[in-house]
Design a protein around this ligand. Structure first.
Ligand code: F0G
Length: 380
């Protein structure tokens, strides 16, 4: 007899650690289980002895980590009888909300900043059939409006202030520990609204938590009453959490909210992060830090990763590499460390920014052998 184990998404995989019951109808597109790729060429280039991995979240069904949270948020919204969901978004949340709403047969309303989201993301929101509302304002304006309207209309908010979003997203940390056999020493990721850094910390904490006899100090997420303890802790440690922001949108570096955020990494063009307190807590508890990267550093890191490792992520995602490169070079992240970088979204989401930064443009030639030969010789 042959046994097949078809992967059916992260809720099924981690169901004993997620808020679902046996009766719950799960809305899934097979999200999660993304590759943890060990970088080979970049560490060599750096000349530093670090074990450097990227968690390629761009390979989720809609091309970003948002699918992890959305499978959970939409599953629970449907279970609770909701017929419509709503979010503000810099693009990826709207793509995920639209896709999971389509799957569930409910309506998604998405508020996006007019002209400031990457083309691929807009195409997704439109194709999946959501109601796309472009606002003459930024993400933070959209977030405020979503909160206001949800108080007056029968719609469920699926931004990361919806607690089920973080529950879904924490599974990325589970996958990393399951695969490495331990928690990394450092986990670096881009920070916008700060939901993802918070979600990862929940995941790492739950895996390190032993419930009543908890070995983890000050595990604020369980207060010693963690219900996810069958068999005891999976991991004996948690990583230092390092959050990188784009310089023009860096409230965690400024120490206060930023009213007019700007950056080429439109996904993290956010000045008023919703998980402000939580992210500070993560940083303190984990012994990590925040830092900022310029747009130039972000784009250079995106190109480096694509050219040297064959991994194409969107600009916001490359912020984690841009920051980590600097901290590895300086020794702040010491040699001998195991480091995981989250690549939050797929490079195909934002073809305009990618093409604009390629100095080597395609050549156009006659469709004949001699011209092809000449083009090859010219390039050698
Ligand atoms: N990277 C990408 C590609 C994102 O889309 C986002 C957030 C982040 C990083 C930051 O994650 O907000 O949890 O700190 N995008 C949201 C959106 C805001 O609307 O798609 P965070």
């Amino acid at each position: 007899m042959t046994m097949t184990t078809r992967y059916t998404g992260l809720i099924e995989r981690y169901r004993d650690r997620l808020p679902v019951s046996a009766e719950t109808r799960i809305i899934s597109l097979g999200e999660g289980d993304t590759p943890l790729i060990r970088l080979e060429n970049i560490p060599r280039l750096l000349g530093r002895r670090v074990e450097l991995y990227v968690k390629y979240e761009g390979l989720n069904p809609t091309g970003s980590f948002k699918d992890r949270g959305m499978t959970m948020a939409v599953t629970r919204a449907v279970e609770e009888g909701s017929r419509a969901i709503i979010c503000a978004s810099t693009g990826n949340t709207s793509a995920a909300a639209a896709a999971y709403a389509a799957r569930a047969g409910i309506t998604a309303f998405v508020l996006i900043p007019d002209g400031k989201i990457a083309m691929g993301k807009l195409a997704q929101a439109m194709m999946y059939g959501s109601v796309v509302i472009q606002i003459k304002g930024n993400f933070d304006d959209g977030m405020r409006l979503v909160k206001e309207v949800a108080g007056e209309a029968p719609v469920t908010i699926v931004n990361s202030i919806n607690p089920y979003r973080l529950q879904g997203q924490k599974t990325a940390a589970f996958e990393i520990v399951d695969e490495l056999g331990r928690a990394p020493d450092y986990h670096c990721l881009p920070v916008g609204n700060a939901g993802n850094i918070t979600a990862h910390w929940i995941g790492y904490s739950e895996y390190a938590c032993g419930g009543r006899d908890c070995v983890t100090e000050a595990c604020a997420f369980c207060n010693g009453e963690c219900r996810f303890v069958s068999g005891g802790p999976v991991s004996t440690s948690r990583p230092k959490m390092v959050g990188y922001q784009a310089s023009g949108s860096a409230p965690f570096l400024r120490g206060h909210m930023v009213d007019h955020p700007e950056t080429v990494a439109t996904a993290i063009r956010i000045g008023h992060p919703q998980s402000w307190e939580q992210a500070w807590q993560v940083s303190r508890e984990s012994g990590g830090w925040f830092d900022e990267c310029s747009d130039e550093e972000i784009l250079a890191a995106q190109k480096l990763l694509t050219e040297r490792e064959g991994v194409f992520c969107e600009p916001a995602s490359a912020t984690s590499l841009a920051g980590a490169l600097r901290d590895i070079r300086s020794g702040k992240i010491p040699e001998g460390s195991t480091v995981v970088l989250t690549l939050t979204g797929n490079g195909l989401k934002d073809p305009d920014t990618a093409i604009a930064q390629c100095t080597q443009k395609p050549v156009t030639i006659e469709a004949e052998l001699d011209s092809v030969k000449r083009a090859i010789l010219d390039a050698l």
